[in-house]
Design a binder for this molecule. Structure first.
Ligand SMILES: Nc1ncnc2c1ncn2[C@@H]1O[C@H](COP(=O)(O)OP(=O)(O)OP(=O)(O)O)[C@@H](O)[C@H]1O
Ligand SMILES: Nc1ncnc2c1ncn2[C@@H]1O[C@H](COP(=O)(O)OP(=O)(O)OP(=O)(O)O)[C@@H](O)[C@H]1O
Ligand SMILES: [Mg+2]
Ligand SMILES: [Mg+2]
Lengths: 228, 228
């Protein structure tokens, strides 16, 4: 369902070349739940950005739901980012000028949902992440963990086939963090979604069926943690 | 050394009043190492901001190193924020236009250090947080955990009597996170500094001598975890 085929990515810093991804090969089936762990700077976010069609590889193929990303038009890529992939960013990427409710609604605009359907979905999502009393707060009026929960709710609005979450519990206390990951797992299992989450917390990583370990731009381990 | 006396703080959201801190009383001695835990939205960042002289309480007293903060001039408050308190922000607050090295150097400008002393200190700090090969990257050219380490290095430059760290390991893998907290502990013990850190990771919280638990703007538990 997701194929990463011999992908390389580097960044140019003057004469120095930073190799972020070094020959990544990965194949993930529909409905699989995968955690990615690895040291700071090992390439986890870069890999997630490439799978999420937010960034390009220097070489290699990315195939998502049967589509080779390099063969899609800009319009088709936008559609994919909005309606096939839900993304929880490591730094949240919330719009500072919009309230929590409006931030959550954003990916649903330009879809077939009516205004009242969006409104209902936003209320539902605010409730699920325990932020119904923070709907009208803007990001700078929210705690770190509340901003993170807005980012998570936003990724769930379009019922996408793929959910990518980059350190979704980094700013959450243990109880809230566990609830949030269990929510992502439940939504994914019920919808046969493919869920890939990056985490540095071991008790969160072990909730996945499969665990990938990265180091220095390479996948150094890829193991099944649970048999279905 | 740090006294928080009957502090309250609320935010006005139209007709709704959000009570962020509800009658906080706290007394911390010089050289104490304190962790603060509590659920998302319980008031930890708000409390740290008030102790760090970055925000004001509605009522109550804050006394830092013998000074009642409400009696200080703006100039004296700036001095305190720069040379008495080192702060690691939950969202890093790095300057996007400056490199890692320049970000780390910032609090040292306007102090008595010469340009060459600052340069030497920045190199030392980059090394300590393992970012010597990332000195010239700007924040958007750094991974989440690398940005966090720049924020930590920046808080250490002025050898302040107080270090406040808000979720310093939120974006770090376990090995790096442990090293960073051990670094903060060592620097604090060697300099008889007062260290207060917020964390949601239990194995990090237990490294402190004393643990405070917050919930709904209140301190619900305050216990010594280690005898000296
Ligand atoms: N500027 C603001 N306006 C309105 N409400 C605010 C503002 N800043 C913070 N709050 C609210 O105050 C409460 C406490 O916020 P605070 O950032 O101190 O929580 P926290 O304990 O640090 O949470 P987290 O663990 O999620 O970082 C939160 O519920 C938040 O919504
Ligand atoms: N725009 C850029 N220019 C130069 N180097 C970059 C850029 N973006 C990322 N890097 C580098 O690429 C490497 C991988 O970054 P990435 O964000 O994928 O790491 P990560 O595994 O997500 O780390 P963390 O756990 O700290 O979030 C890092 O060492 C980083 O410094
Ligand atoms: Mg990352
Ligand atoms: Mg906080």
């Amino acid at each position: 369902f997701i194929i990463v085929d011999n992908v390389h990515k580097h960044y140019d810093m003057g004469e120095v070349k930073v190799l972020a991804l070094n020959s990544i090969n990965l194949s993930i089936n529909r409905g699989e739940i995968v955690s990615i762990v690895g040291s700071s700077g090992s390439g986890k976010t870069t890999l997630l950005n490439i799978i999420g069609a937010l960034d390009y590889a220097d070489s290699g193929k990315i195939i998502i739901d049967g589509h080779d990303l390099s063969s899609l038009t800009d319009k088709q890529l936008s559609y994919m980012r909005r309606e096939t992939i839900g993304y929880v960013f490591q730094n949240f990427n919330l719009l500072e000028e919009l309230t929590a409710a409006k931030n959550i609604e954003m990916p649903m605009i330009l879809t077939k949902k009516s205004k009242s359907e969006r409104k209902k979905k936003v209320e539902e999502l605010l409730k699920i992440v325990n932020l119904d009393d923070r709907a009208n707060h803007k990001p700078n009026q929210l705690s770190g963990g509340e901003q993170q929960r807005v980012a998570i709710a936003r990724a769930l609005g379009n019922d996408t086939k793929i959910i990518l979450a980059d350190e979704p519990t980094g700013n959450l206390d243990s109880a809230t963090g566990n609830r949030i990951v269990d929510l992502l797992l439940r939504v994914s299992k019920e919808g046969n979604k493919t869920l890939i989450f990056v985490t540095h917390e071991n008790h969160i990583a072990t909730k996945a069926d499969r665990q990938i370990v990265m180091n220095d731009g390479l996948i150094i381990e890829d193991k099944i943690t649970k048999s279905k």
